[in-house]
Write a protein that binds this ligand. Structure first.
Ligand code: HEM
Length: 164
């Protein structure tokens, strides 16, 4: 049962990550009302995304019987294989996930945004993880390249606006 369903949660988490990352620059560039509405739910989407990733990992470890050696076996933490990139993504995800609430927003103040930017690392590490699993770099890196392009575009526009 665990091994049959862990990829469902993996894909759910990946799709949500793409939506969360791409929606902000795309909304800023297009000024689309629906996208601005999506932005309002980014915190909630982030929590679902993080939980889905954790379920993916837990179900895989329980289903494969590898749960007992996960923290001890260096293979799971080596960036030479897809496990290591997945582990990096999970660890990096914990910080934005645990601070994705109003209490943390007030507690961390100006640092809160910086912590949430850890999602960029999660996105890139997850993309490498999936590309290694599927051996399909072009398909998986597509969303990362699109996000990078939109993010740079939105950032340049914002800087230009502040200069004027
Ligand atoms: C943020 C963290 C992670 C995300 C978002 C994520 C997402 C994904 C996605 C989308 C796939 C492709 C599923 C498919 O074939 O359709 C995948 C595959 C896989 N992931 Fe992860 N992953 C994460 C972390 C991890 C970690 C830490 C492990 C191991 C401990 C892991 C183990 C696997 C395995 C074994 C597969 C291959 C599944 C298969 O083809 O049967 N993942 N992951």
């Amino acid at each position: 049962m665990f091994l049959e369903t862990h990829t469902f949660f993996a894909n759910l988490s990946w799709i949500l990550l793409i939506i969360i990352l791409v929606s902000r620059p795309l909304a800023e560039i297009t000024k689309n009302k629906i996208l601005f509405r999506v932005l309002r739910y980014r915190k909630q989407l982030g929590v679902i995304c993080g939980l889905a990733a954790i379920v993916h990992v837990l179900f895989f470890l329980l289903g494969s019987g590898l749960a007992g050696i996960y923290f001890l076996d260096a293979e799971f933490w080596s960036l030479q294989n897809f496990y290591g990139w997945g582990s990096l993504a999970v660890v990096a995800m914990l910080f934005p996930l645990l601070t994705s609430n109003n209490f943390s927003l007030h507690f961390f103040g100006k640092y809160w945004k910086k912590i949430q930017r850890g999602t960029y690392l999660v996105f890139i590490a997850t993309a490498i993880h999936i590309a290694m699993v599927k051996d399909e770099w072009f398909e998986v890196m597509g969303p990362v390249l699109i996000w990078l392009f939109l993010w740079t575009w939105a950032e340049l526009r914002r800087r230009k606006r502040f200069k004027v």
